[in-house]
Design a protein around this ligand. Structure first.
Ligand SMILES: NC(=O)c1ccc[n+]([C@@H]2O[C@H](COP(=O)([O-])OP(=O)(O)OC[C@H]3O[C@@H](n4cnc5c(N)ncnc54)[C@H](OP(=O)(O)O)[C@@H]3O)[C@@H](O)[C@H]2O)c1
Length: 333
């Protein structure tokens, strides 16, 4: 199908990589690009800037707070009622709050904004028939989930489950997302951020096993980009040490890249074939945060099938929206 007949939806389209991805989709000739932002006002403001930049207006607007289940449902109701047919669902939004904040169901905002609403949107889009038969779902990951960045630790979820929930990994992930674990007694937002991104990679692999043939889902890190608003709530180590250093040396050392290349990663993965699904794409070089992309094969925990299924099941429990509730009732699945 020609891009002119295709529709994309981008969450977090008013800022940073999401804004850039929406611009590139318009510049590539996509017929419709739905800007899904925290409020209609933010989406309308982004639309005005994007029309100005691209000289085109394929843009639609949608309000969604990706940290709230009810808001994700409301957005999906609107998509269904408007008869949208989405070819590219780009689940890019994500926040990392400096201080612990929670959504209305008690889920910490990093986990909530990254996965809660996105899980509901993916499930509902599938169940409502809003996704086209060869739709691509891409969700934002991060190299931080590899666990080798200074100042950020990925929680050892299997150990946490063994210590605190008799080995029940789903219960451990639920407790983790509510900041109920002793290891979280001091809130370190970047630890929760990189752990949330591990849950993203796991959720992606589990969802891929459930999707009907033809529809794919992949996690994609845009790589490190310093020109977005993301680091506004980063910890002191990031803001005062890593980011200033990366601003100077990053481009030379492959530790930070341009926003156009970052957004292009999402679009590139969306153009891959039906067999490329359930993967986590990020910077191929283990010690770099930008440059050529590759499937992340390490650390070994990315392939932890039990973790993958537990991440998915935890999202089902936390949102009340399961695969069987939506897609499972369709005859083709
Ligand atoms: N920049 C990097 O170096 C980097 C590296 C790896 C991965 N990433 C990932 O890339 C994605 C985009 O980040 P960015 O760097 O472009 O940061 P950004 O400029 O801060 O953009 C984040 C976007 O997500 C939206 N968002 C956050 N929470 C939301 C919520 N609850 N409901 C609706 N929208 C919400 C923000 O909306 P508001 O403006 O309303 O807050 C904003 O539009 C994130 O998932 C991030 O984790 C970034």
């Amino acid at each position: 199908m020609n891009e002119a007949n295709k529709t994309a939806l981008v969450t977090g389209a008013n800022s940073g990589v999401g804004f850039e991805a929406a611009a590139q989709l318009a510049e590539d000739g996509w017929g419709k690009v739905i800007l899904a932002c925290r409020s209609i006002e933010k989406a309308e403001a982004a639309k005005a800037q994007l029309v100005e930049r691209t000289g085109r207006d394929p843009f639609g607007v949608l309000a969604v707070d990706t940290s709230e289940v009810a808001s994700a449902h409301a957005a999906c109701d609107e998509l269904r009622d408007q008869g949208e047919r989405i070819d590219f669902l780009l689940l890019n939004a994500g926040a990392s709050a400096k201080d612990a904040r929670f959504n209305s169901d008690g889920v910490e905002i990093t986990y909530a904004s990254t996965l809660i609403g996105h899980h509901v949107m993916a499930m509902r889009a599938l169940g409502d028939g809003v996704l086209s038969p060869h739709a691509r779902i891409v969700i934002a990951g991060s190299e931080g989930a590899r666990g080798n960045m200074p100042g950020m630790s990925v929680h050892d979820l299997n150990q946490i489950a063994a210590d605190h929930s008799a080995g029940d990994l789903v219960a451990a992930i639920e407790a983790l997302s509510r900041l109920e674990l002793p290891v979280q007694s001091k809130f370190v937002n970047m630890n929760e951020y990189v752990t949330a991104k591990l849950l993203v990679a796991w959720w992606t692999a589990a969802l891929a096993r459930r999707l009907p043939a033809g529809i794919t889902v992949n996690a994609v890190s845009p790589g490190a980009v310093l020109s977005t608003s993301f680091a506004r709530d980063a910890n002191a180590m990031m803001r005062f040490v890593m980011i200033p250093m990366m601003k100077i040396f990053g481009p030379l050392l492959g530790m930070s890249g341009s926003i156009d290349k970052a957004a292009r990663r999402y679009l590139d993965v969306a153009s891959f074939g039906d067999e490329e699904t359930g993967r986590f794409y990020a910077t191929a070089h283990r010690k770099k945060l930008t440059g050529p992309m590759g499937i992340q094969t390490w650390p070994e925990y990315f392939h932890d099938r039990r973790g993958q299924e537990a991440s998915f099941d935890a999202m089902v429990r936390l949102t009340g929206v399961g695969f069987a509730d939506t897609v499972g009732k369709r005859a083709s699945v």
